[in-house]
Design a protein around this ligand. Structure first.
Ligand SMILES: O=C(O)c1ccc[n+]([C@@H]2O[C@H](COP(=O)([O-])O)[C@@H](O)[C@H]2O)c1
Ligand SMILES: Cc1cc2nc[nH]c2cc1C
Length: 354
């Protein structure tokens, strides 16, 4: 996937009809707040008023290792990545607990874990691009061919989930060190340079002040090294991304192209959506933001995409957890537009222009 065509917008007539239905519900005008807006958006992305129930919701976790993780940018060792992939498969990670509570199917895909992950079901490694992505302050994360491969893989994953009945797709991530390349993708997307790294660098898994200083240095060197290439979104992924992040970008583009909405998670998910919007303008209209991460780059990327997160719980787990936590809100919006009586059913009690 090089620069893609713009993605068609969600169905505006359905959005208008949903807004009309919302205005006619037996509630005071505007009383449903964000839930009302969400219902209107869901009608537009489904092209149906009221929106259909979200019975088939799926999360894909894109996993990979990052060369920078060996350079003091994370509070945890890179070996955690492979161990957590095994934990997702065993159904015992934080996101599995949330997904079980909210009826969300979870898949984990190894795009670039630095381990062969022997013994796991073959579908986990079906799209593997390489073992570990390059340390972005020293070398490119990927070759151009690997970037194309990972983008295409992510797109194919979304297409397959949609063909299999998914009505809402969530993107999650797992990779020690990945907040560094994700912050670099955001910097590139916003046109920020090596002098601006303090704006995008956060504490990730919880690095101390020395770790944060190191992360800023790594990010500065990476942006300096990428130079003008950061102006192109696909080149950005090659220079500053990773196999797992590139696949997550392809996944969001694939979902939007297939006309299926995406519920975003924390920094990695949103950085990838920002990159997807750069590659295929119009993608962001198919996205809703599940939660606000404490990572400053996520807030910057959300603002650029015009997205306002539904939850702000201080969560910084990743894995797709903040997206899964927001699923009940989307289902609430569907229920309201389907099940609430109309004001007109109450008789002549309310003036029609109220
Ligand atoms: O989702 C977020 O915004 C988020 C914020 C901080 C950390 N994480 C998770 O923690 C790991 C990356 O943190 P770090 O410090 O190793 O770069 C990775 O596995 C992410 O899923 C996730
Ligand atoms: C244990 C652990 C679980 C995670 N899940 C996502 N990122 C993570 C990082 C760590 C360290």
């Amino acid at each position: 996937m090089t620069a893609s065509l713009p993605v068609p917008a969600p169905h505006a007539p359905s959005a208008r009809a949903a807004a009309e239905r919302l205005a006619g519900l037996a509630v005071p005008a505007g009383a449903l707040g964000r839930l009302g807006e969400l219902g209107t958006w869901l009608s537009a992305v489904q092209g149906q008023v009221p929106p259909r129930p979200l019975d088939d919701v799926r999360l894909v976790i894109f996993a990979g290792d990052h060369g920078v993780a060996r350079h003091g940018v994370s509070a945890y060792p890179p070996e955690i990545t492979a161990a957590m992939v095994r934990t997702f498969v065993a159904g015992r990670a934080g996101v599995n607990a949330l997904a079980g509570a909210h009826g969300v199917r979870v898949r984990v895909l190894d795009l670039g874990v630095d381990d062969d992950l022997d013994g796991l079901p073959p579908e986990v490694g079906e799209h593997k691009v390489r073992r570990g992505s390059g340390a972005i302050h020293l070398e490119d994360a990927l070759t151009a061919a690997e970037t194309a491969q990972a983008l295409a893989a992510g797109r194919r994953v979304a297409e397959r989930e949609v063909a299999d009945g998914a009505q809402l797709l969530l993107s999650g991530d797992m990779g020690i060190g990945n907040t560094t390349p994700a912050a670099a993708l955001v910097a590139a997307g916003l046109g920020l340079g090596a002098g601006d790294v303090a704006e995008v660098a956060g504490r990730g898994t919880g690095v101390d002040d020395a770790g944060l200083a190191r992360k800023r240095e790594v990010l500065g060197a990476a942006l300096e090294r990428a130079g003008e290439r950061a102006a192109d979104p696909v080149e950005t992924l090659t220079a500053l991304g990773s196999a797992d992040l590139a696949a997550s970008v392809g996944y969001v583009v694939g979902a939007a192209e297939a006309g299926v909405p995406v519920l975003l998670d924390g920094l990695m998910s949103v950085a990838c959506a920002l990159t997807a919007e750069r590659i295929a303008p119009g993608t962001a209209a198919w996205c809703v933001a599940g939660h606000r991460s404490p990572e400053p780059a996520q807030t910057l990327a959300l603002a650029r995409l015009g997205l306002d997160p539904l939850l702000d719980l201080g969560m910084r787990l990743g894995e797709g957890s903040g997206a899964v936590a927001a699923v009940p809100l989307l289902r609430s919006a569907v229920a309201l537009l389907n099940d609430v009586a109309l004001l007109s059913d109450l008789g002549d009690l309310v003036p029609t222009d109220a």
